[in-house]
Ligand binder design. Sequence first.
Ligand code: ADP
Ligand code: MG
Length: 319
Amino acid sequence: EVLINQIAAGEVVERPASVLKELLENSLDAGSKAIEVQLTQGGIKQLRITDDGCGIDKEDLALALERHATSKIASLEDLEAVGTMGFRGEALAAISSVARTKITSRARGASHAWKVSERDHEPMPAALNGGTVVEVEDLYYNTPARRKFMKSDSTEYGHCDDAFRRVALARPEVGFQLSHNGRVNLRLAPGDAERRAREILGDDFMEQARVVDVAASGLRLFGFASLPAYARSNRDGQYFYVNGRFVRDKIIQHALREAYADILHGNRHPAYALFLELDPAGVDVNVHPAKTEVRFREGRAIHQFVFHALTRTLAAPVQ
Ligand code: ADP
Ligand code: MG
């Protein structure tokens, strides 16, 4: 059990992309409509996220980096011990234990902003028009054993780009921007699901994609799925969400593979942006906080539904 906790805690802050995912989720939780991400050296040197959300007031800011920590976490062993307390409210505390972390935030209605850092949890007055800026620098500067597991800047950037796209695809009503080493790589204006899918998966995907929209017995699957002629040689364009959360689930993947089995040949992979919605009671999304697993109560029914919804959509004659 101790071992499981240690492994799990390490995975919450596995690499820059996992930090980015947590920070993006926090910004979205805060009701942000515009989120800007600036990365330096794959996010290892710096990861900066600016949002226009509700902000954090002075009292909460004082606790944001230590909410559940009884003392300052300085070693890898301490970080792993954090896992025993569970993951709710642990992200910022965990991140700030392995990276130089600053939060500047101005709560709505506050006369000015406040700022805290991993070294000083006492808020200091700061300047900011609104929202929150989180800066995470020198990931694992104090835990060389972990630092060794990070790959090259470009590999880590690639993982950050993946994490960013996964979040952005599911939230088309929010504007996002991603830059790396001072250069803007992705600028996503707020819009509808179709426009966002086009931006994330590309024009050539969208030109041929089938619109999926099937509902039955409390389940709904909607989104876009490629026709066989479009199939890619890799799995990059595969996005599946359950109640808005990106998942990579065995049951779902099997259902999709089956739906494409007779129409895709060789080493070809479909691309899709699909959103499954169901009663939250029918799915456990907290199998692991940093992973993409879920557990369905009625796995067979979900499999059947996804398989049939897709088979029917792909087989429909072209209008
Ligand atoms: P959790 O998200 O599970 O509560 P975190 O450690 O990720 O835990 O964040 C701690 C708290 O800090 C959040 O509950 C929230 O109140 C506040 N917070 C973090 N990021 C932001 C943000 N970008 N905007 C507003 N509040 C934030
Ligand atoms: Mg969080």
